[in-house]
Design a protein around this ligand. Structure first.
Ligand code: GDP
Length: 532
């Protein structure tokens, strides 16, 4: 039965694709245009998922045809890219559940095109980049420079890195700066280039390398603390460092957090080069800076879609990671009636039996999965129907094995078949290894293709999956004694360690109560998250 269906898909693919390939090749030969026709086009039209092929083949003569998939993702993506250098850029739309109902604003699209032009003008290997580096080395950088840069430096695991890159990009966008990534070897082949005809990778001969000693002489917070820098100083006449280092990791102090104040933002504009190290989703803080208010409301009329848009725009899996994703999806998930993603991340030791029971209870009580009958061995199974798939991601395999055994050993009360899958179990975090990070990104992306998600509290791995997928997850937190898990009211990541200082009132405040669109996170009450 199952094999027959698989054969059916394969056959549909061949029937649909082969005549087109033959026709395309014939036209190339006849027109002599073979030299100019892009192989990418053929590749990208061939390598679409089985569901998509089936839909397309149906649509040929059917009035119930699906609308064409939106490869440019509502205009977020530039048309200036070619295909083969990054297959995911064009093919990702085919794998999404349905077109996103979070449409990017026309203003955001215009600003992205403007940013791309700036990046192309100032990016690595341009005259202006070389000039800016020379000025950095000679200590003559000026605020009036044509190109100003923010260099992102990695910290912690992949989820932390992705949310902080997205925040740094928003900072660059708001300040007309160019974002460059200090890409370590463990990130070598994870993402495609997001901006056309240029690169966001910091050239390896860049003269400054991050090390903690930077904090003393170049740390923005440290210089403020020692009164070597202040927002009202006459920067034209003061002797200033050639660049500043912004320490935006979770453990920074109130001086570092002056970055989030309007006067801090203005002071930073006087520097052409900023190095920024963060493991936080600090984008929500910009919503509290008065001078960005209008701009941000035009960029993001829907505040809960900030990461969704920035993440979808920036993070395209490299061809290698896309291979992991598409092979796994086609093998285990494409044929499913529905897909539930369960992301399990433990920050401290948990009792396995009670924790796995808790996760399963959450899925059952919220009707994300059907219950099983533990006693009746004669319950019928619906034959011929597609299974419902569960994708489990975890560093360990125990949770997956328990869930898979449960649906193998017992029939569901609905007669449905549940297939349970886990792509890898790496046992331990090894963020210093490229292949480990590739698997992590592939799994984050596969989770984002789910119809519903259960995620672990405080985990940025889960935040990225929910944000890319445009999903409000079920959070594994107990809201009260009666309920098991909680449906998040936002798909935004949580800013775990926000400032607690009201820049205008110059006093400590509860940052979760100063604006209606910023609330404490359900999974980590110290943090704040954007809401609509
Ligand atoms: P966080 O620590 O949960 O906020 O997420 P991070 O992504 O920043 O760091 C955790 C890292 O541990 C990931 O990037 C992976 O390297 C690894 N990891 C944790 N959970 C998983 C998982 O389910 N699958 C895989 N492949 N790696 C994981």
């Amino acid at each position: 039965m199952f094999e027959g269906r698989t054969l059916g898909y394969g056959l549909a693919r061949s029937l649909f694709v082969f005549p087109f390939l033959a026709l395309a090749l014939l036209l190339i030969v006849l027109s002599g245009a073979h030299r100019s026709l892009s192989l990418d086009l053929l590749l990208s039209s061939y390598a679409v998922p089985s569901e998509a092929v089936t839909n397309s083949s149906c649509s040929a003569g059917s009035s119930t045809a699906e609308p064409p998939k939106d490869e440019l993702l509502g205009g977020l993506m530039s048309v200036a890219f070619d295909g083969a250098s990054c297959l995911s850029r064009h093919q990702s739309a085919w794998y999404r559940r349905k077109p996103s109902n979070h449409t990017p604003s026309p203003y955001l699209i215009r600003r992205l095109r403007r940013y791309e032009a700036l990046h192309k003008k100032c990016g690595p290997n341009t005259k202006l980049y070389r000039k800016a580096v020379e000025q950095l080395v000679s200590g003559t950088s000026t605020a009036a420079a044509e190109c100003n840069y923010v260099v992102w430096v990695p910290s912690d695991g992949l989820g932390n890195r992705i949310i902080s890159i997205a925040s740094a990009f928003l900072y660059a966008l708001l300040n007309d700066k160019v974002l460059l990534l200090h890409r370590t070897d463990d990130m070598g082949d994870l993402f495609c280039e997001p901006f056309p005809e240029t690169s966001w990778v910091l050239p390896s001969d860049f003269p400054v390398r991050y090390s903690w000693v930077l904090e003393k002489d170049h740390g923005y917070g440290n210089l403020l603390k020692n009164k070597l820098l202040s927002s009202d100083m006459d920067t034209a006449n003061a002797s200033l460092p050639a660049f500043l280092y912004l320490h935006l990791v979770h453990s920074n102090d109130e001086f570092d957090k002056m970055f989030y104040c309007e006067e801090g933002q203005q002071l930073l504009r006087k520097f052409s080069w900023l190095l920024l190290r963060s493991n936080q989703y600090f984008a929500p803080a910009f919503f509290l800076v008065p001078e960005f208010e209008t701009e941000l409301s035009l960029l993001f009329p829907e505040k809960t879609a900030v990461f969704h848009h920035l993440g979808t725009y920036l993070f395209h899996p490299s061809n290698t990671v896309w291979g992991y994703i598409t092979r796994y999806y086609e093998a285990y998930l494409a044929n499913a009636k529905s897909r539930l993603g369960i992301q399990i991340r433990l920050f401290r030791r948990a009792h396995f039996d009670s924790h796995s029971d808790y996760i399963i209870d959450c899925a059952l009580t919220k009707r994300l999965l059907p219950n099983v009958n533990l006693t009746d061995t004669a319950l019928p199974t619906i034959t011929g129907a597609k299974p419902r798939s569960v994708l489990v991601t975890s560093l360990r395999s125990g949770y997956f094995e328990k869930l898979r055994s449960m649906y193998y050993e017992h029939a569901t009360t609905t007669g449905e078949v549940i297939s349970v899958h886990q792509p890898s179990h790496e046992e331990e975090q090894h963020s210093e290894k490229l292949n480990h990070n590739m698997k992590a990104f592939a799994e984050i992306y596969l989770l984002s293709l789910s119809d519903a998600l259960i995620t672990s509290p405080f985990s940025t791995f889960g935040y990225v999956a929910q944000g890319l997928g445009g999903l409000r997850p079920w959070l594994l937190v107990r809201p009260d004694d009666h309920d098991l898990c909680l449906h998040s009211t936002s798909m935004e990541p949580c800013f775990h360690f926000p400032p607690s200082y009201d820049c205008k009132a110059r006093k400590k405040v509860d940052i979760g109560s100063v604006a209606p669109y910023l609330r404490h996170c359900e999974d980590f009450p110290h943090g704040v998250r954007l809401f609509d």
